[in-house]
Design a protein around this ligand. Sequence first.
Ligand code: HBI
Ligand code: FE
Length: 315
Amino acid sequence: AAAPAPSAPAPSVAATRRVPRSIEEVDNGAILGFAAELSEDHPGFYDAAYKQRRVDICNLARGHRIGEPIPRIEYLPEEVTTWGLVLGQLEALFPQHACKEFLHSLSLFDFRQDEVPQLEDLSRVLQRHTGFRIRPVAGLLHPRDFLNGLAFRTFHSTQYMRHASKPNYTPEPDVVHELIGHVPMLADPAFADLVHAIGVASLGADEQQLKHLVKLYWYTVEFGVVLEGGQPKAFGAGILSSYGELQHMAAGQAELLPLDVFSPLPRISYKDGYQPRYFVLQSFEEGAAQLKAYCRSMVHNIPDDVRAAVQLPLP
Ligand code: HBI
Ligand code: FE
């Protein structure tokens, strides 16, 4: 008689879902929320010219192929004004309230108030410093695709500007948030390696783990705070790209909690205004070590050829 069939192993992530082997296989088309279709509570909803502008810029992102230069946008005078206004306000707060890594990296870019930087130019600077590149995207990318991109040292960035009627508010990522908030930190080698590790972990994450990874990303890369001489300093892009959020953090009204990467984290809200709490790292090194330890706990799910493709050192 035939031996009983061995019980089937639990299906691995790779068996149930196609894990991307290269950045070309990361889908940049799954946009959540607005894309060019604005909802009624979006500041640009009643502005037909703004909506058309969004469609045009989103179409450029959709047509972009990896390896081609990112199309340059000729920003309109009103878009440049918005950029300059926000940059000017933020630059006044950075010396006091941004972390030292951000201040150093910001100096690599020489942002000017009279010119919106081009993704292609920033992508070249990043590649030189940390090997990260920018890929244009039409809006808020699905978290799995977004995190998968980081595994291939690729940051998906929007290219459109928030609506001019509300320079200090956007309900979705825009070019101000991406370029001022995220891009400078990605030029920091230690930070870039950390973000890469989160991306690699996302390749092997099941749905449950992905949810936790998204929260970890949110409470660090988006809204993280680090202590310097006992003072909380911003390193999260959502704080560094928002005058109101940065002042809110600096005013000390929000709760500061220690981060434990293995404990459950509060649910994320995109809509309720400023953060009621921030997770604070004792130092970057300590925070990065913790986050990488969590990421390492899921890399055994990643198929070997993918592991090689993303140059993951074996744990
Ligand atoms: N999409 N375009 C874009 N920009 C981001 O910064 C971004 C995103 N999608 C998801 C995301 N960030 C993260 O906050 C997590 O949801 C992973
Ligand atoms: Fe962001």
